[in-house]
Write a protein that binds this ligand. Structure first.
Ligand code: FES
Length: 130
C-alpha cells in the first residue's frame, strides 16, 4: 500500500535511559533500543507503510519496560521483547487485535520503589542490564 496521509496506527516506544542504579530502571536498560529497531524492521518487512514506529521519552511505566503505546487504539504494552515483535506487528499494528498477554494498565503505572510499590509481575519483565 502506498503511503499517503495520516497513519493508520502509531507505536510509540520508550527509549528513555537512566543509570542502571536508578530504582525505577529504564526501558533502554531493558532492551528498548533493540525492540524499537525490530519493530521498525518488522513493519517494513510486513509492508505496513501506514504504520509509524516512533521513538518516545519516558512514558511513566518504567518498572515494566520496554513500554510501547499504540495509538489511536489507546493500548499499552510492557515487557516487550524481541520475540514479541513479529506477533505484535502482525496481530495488532496490522490486524488491529491487541496482544493481551503483553498489555499493561493503571496498576503497572503505579509500580515504583520511590512510592513504596515495587512488586513486579512474575516472570514477564526483563531485568535491567548493567
Ligand atoms: S523509562 Fe520507559 S516508561 Fe519510563
Amino acid at each position: 500500500m502506498a503511503r499517503s496521509g495520516m497513519p493508520r496506527r502509531w507505536a510509540f516506544v520508550c527509549l528513555n535511559e537512566r543509570d542502571a542504579s536508578h530504582p525505577r530502571g529504564s526501558c533502554a536498560g531493558r532492551g528498548a533500543a533493540g525492540v524499537f529497531e525490530a519493530l521498525r524492521e518488522e513493519t517494513g518487512r510486513q509492508g505496513l507503510t501506514d504504520v509509524k514506529v516512533v521513538a518516545a521519552g519516558c512514558l511513566e511505566a518504567c518498572m515494566v519496560g520496554p513500554v510501547v503505546y499504540v495509538a489511536p487504539d489507546d493500548v499499552w504494552y510492557g515487557g516487550v521483547t524481541l520475540e514479541d515483535v513479529e506477533g505484535l506487528v502482525r496481530e495488532h499494528l496490522d490486524g488491529g487485535t491487541p496482544v493481551e498477554p503483553l498489555r499493561i494498565g493503571r496498576e503497572e503505572f503505579e509500580l515504583s520503589p520511590l512510592a513504596g510499590r515495587d512488586q513486579l509481575p512474575l516472570g514477564v519483565i526483563p531485568p535491567v542490564q548493567p
